[in-house]
Design a binder for this molecule. Structure first.
Ligand code: TRP
Length: 337
């Protein structure tokens, strides 16, 4: 609570591989925040095991993710980069918050419903409890802003409800126990959708390999995927999410990778057929990912260096998280450790 700068925190599950959507819709927008905020960015490995993971793959992927976070511009000197399981306070606060969350509230979560439908043979208690652990992630750091996708809005609402409930039970107006966070959701048009299914977000565990561009895809595969992207039968280039979700998505990608405005894109490509637009998008994505991939290769080769970054991040995160946990325990009447 003594932080002088506002705090932002976000996390991505190390399940699947990071996509262009994760980069343009999330990580790239996290980078400039460190100028004005204390920034905490996690790999949420505890969340990832709500769905079965292969241990060797998970370990490798966590190292890949952290190298990609850095390669995408998150400097470990300016951001606290860490793995959720390294900071014990997450699981400990989640337990406390479990006792302040109603079964009915968790039952209403759409992500739980979706994921249970997809994992009928493993509807575990962790999957049900997932939003409470997420609330703990956020509340431990007194985060004021949480950059997340639209799909996480409901979890943020729950976090706010639980924080307010706990504050009402155990805090005073002058000294609330928790800071109540706000979601930071990117505007429509800044969101990157699937190439094959442009009405759903580009997902790292999506249904088709060709639906997503992965950050480590080689140039020829990027070009192939963009050329096969779903559009429509016309030739008209305009931003229209309802009538032209595929073309609009290509415009979003081009604009996010090059900075070109929608107006200028329309002027250059309208009426020319979609081939030219796709070629420009493919080139722009390849160019945008080239430096990221080169930096990644260097970072990933130094595994000890990556582990040192994570240890340092966990140490810095723990200092803040442990203090919050002690504040919560004190409010509950637990004997100080
Ligand atoms: N549930 C988030 C997602 O699937 C990931 C996440 C876990 C998260 N803990 C968080 C995001 C805390 C923001 C803050 O995208």
């Amino acid at each position: 609570m003594t932080a002088t700068r506002p705090v932002v925190l976000s996390g991505i599950q190390p399940s699947g591989r990071l996509t262009l959507g994760n980069y343009l819709g999330a990580i790239k927008n996290w980078v400039p925040l460190s100028a004005t905020h204390d920034c905490y960015y996690m790999l949420v490995d505890l969340h990832a095991i709500t769905v079965r993971q292969e241990p060797a793959v998970l370990r490798d992927r966590c190292l890949e993710f952290i190298a990609l976070y850095i390669a995408c511009g998150l400097d470990p000197a300016r951001n606290v980069l860490f793995v959720q399981s390294h900071v014990a306070a997450h699981a400990r606060l989640a337990w406390v918050l479990n006792c302040y969350t109603q079964m009915g509230e968790l039952n209403r979560m759409t992500q739980f419903k979706d994921k249970s439908a997809k994992n009928v043979d493993n509807i575990n208690a962790g999957l049900f409890d997932y939003p409470v652990l997420m609330a703990a992630d956020i509340l431990l750091y007194d985060a004021t802003g949480v950059p997340v996708g639209d799909d996480q809005k409901q979890h943020l609402e729950l976090t706010r409800d639980v924080a307010i409930r706990f504050n009402n039970a155990h805090g005073s107006k002058q000294a609330p126990v928790f800071v109540v966070p706000e979601p930071m959701i990117p505007p429509v048009g800044a969101r990157i959708m699937g190439l094959q299914e442009p009405t759903a977000k580009m997902s790292k565990s999506g249904f088709a390999e060709t639906d997503a561009i992965y950050l480590l895809d080689p140039p020829d595969s990027i070009t192939r995927k963009v050329k096969r992207a779903v559009t429509d039968l016309g030739t008209e280039v305009r931003f229209d999410l309802k009538e032209k979700p595929g073309v609009s998505n290509l415009m979003s990608i081009l604009s996010a990778t090059t900075g070109e405005s929608f107006d200028s894109i329309v002027e250059r490509f309208n009426g020319q057929g979609y081939g030219k637009l796709k070629a420009a998008v493919a080139d722009a994505v390849v160019e945008c990912l080239k430096p990221v991939q080169a930096h990644y290769a260097e970072l990933r080769a130094d595994e000890a260096g990556l582990i040192a970054v994570l240890r340092d991040g966990a140490r810095r995160a723990s200092t803040v998280a442990d203090a919050t946990l002690q504040r919560v325990h004190a409010a509950l009447g637990f004997i100080p450790e």
